[in-house]
Design a protein. Structure first.
Length: 308
């Protein structure tokens, strides 16, 4: 009798690329929370053409998800099946042309704000306090201090699930408070943002002010995922969480931040399950106390499972 043939490993079914595949890549090291299981495959494309080639040639049944620097992301303990795309060096260029700033989707928001400021482009200072990438900012419509990326977006460039180049304005992307209606399989590769001519010193002074405010009000040195829940219409999520008595609430190694109670913290040994269960606990308590259902802002990906 013939022995059954072992199914090929996923990596053997993927197209040849110029970038790098890593099997079983530890995602905990790639996220702010520092928790979660591995990616079945992590793919770091060399550049946009490499990513387009990968998307066009990959087998249809292989799920693909892009991540930035994991500052609004909870990776579950069972890890992420399929391919996790992480944009690296080929996607971090930032250029100023007049009052437009063009940035790769892997560029950090903070670096975009600095380069814009150095080039005398005002209006992008709000990005300086957001610790994610431009790709993450486009997917989340990130914002702060009364401005969102949609307010400064000229065009976002992306690759669709089959690697075709697409480009869209904020209106075409249906951007609204912490959401975009862009298809789930789009991977953003770059954005053109519009600012206004400004004074370099004043721009950098505003960014320094933002940094001081953040330090005073947010647990920015903790292992956190930023705002856990969206603000419901007419309410602030942190106030509802406070009213429901959840400040400092803990489960395993997860805790509701004492400094800003819409932030969950990994105090050391938290699992993704501790963090997600604590979040659900907070939602249940807020619903019971205030009659309002909080909606997760943090994106959760992967399969539940045992922490490593
Ligand atoms: C201390 C702290 C403070 C924060 N303050 C703010 C704030 O003031 N305002 C605010 O809006 N957010 C804030 N955040 C949340 C977070 O920084 C933003 O949501 C940010 O835009 C996420 O970017 P990222 O690169 O980390 O994306 P990730 O967290 O890695 O991913 C977030 C989502 O974006 C998707 N994504 C990432 N890159 C791409 C891409 N290239 N193409 C398609 N989809 C992609 C992912 O699949 C996921 O769904 C804060 C977070 C922290 C930890």
């Amino acid at each position: 009798m013939m022995a059954a043939l072992a199914a090929p490993r996923l990596i053997e079914r993927l197209p040849r690329v110029r970038g790098r595949y890593s099997e079983g890549a530890a995602l905990a090291r790639s996220t702010w929370f520092g928790v979660g299981g591995p990616a079945e495959i992590m793919f770091r494309p060399a550049d946009e053409d490499d990513l387009a080639h990968f998307l066009a040639q990959r087998p249809d049944d292989v799920p693909v998800v892009a991540i930035g620097v994991g500052s609004n992301l909870l990776v579950r303990d069972g890890g992420v099946p399929g391919v996790v795309v992480r944009l690296g060096q080929g996607f971090v260029d930032i250029e100023v042309a007049g009052t437009d700033v063009r940035a790769g989707a892997g560029a950090l928001d903070g670096n975009v704000a600095i380069v814009a400021g150095d080039g005398g482009v005002a209006g992008l200072e709000f990005l300086s306090g957001i610790p994610g990438t431009i790709g993450g900012a486009l997917r989340m419509n990130a914002g702060a201090y009364g401005r969102e990326i949609k307010d400064v977006l000229v065009r976002a460039d992306a690759l669709d699930g089959r690697g075709r180049r697409v480009s869209a304005s904020a209106a075409e992307l249906g951007m609204a408070y912490r959401r975009t209606a862009a298809p789930e399989d789009w991977i953003f590769v770059a954005a053109t943002l519009k600012g206004a001519a400004g004074d370099r010193q004043a721009i950098h002074a505003r960014m320094a002010e933002i940094a001081r405010e953040r330090e005073a009000t947010q647990p920015i040195r903790a292992r956190t995922g930023g705002s856990t829940f969206k603000n419901p219409p007419g309410h602030k999520a942190w106030e509802l969480i406070e009213q429901a008595g959840c400040r400092g609430l803990a489960r395993g190694g997860a805790m509701v931040s004492e400094k800003h109670c819409n932030f969950l913290i990994n105090t050391g040994g938290a699992t993704a399950n501790d963090l997600e269960s604590l979040g659900e606990d907070v939602r249940a308590r807020v619903r019971a106390a205030c009659g309002i259902a909080l909606e997760w802002e943090i994106k959760r990906i992967g399969a539940p499972g045992m922490a490593a």
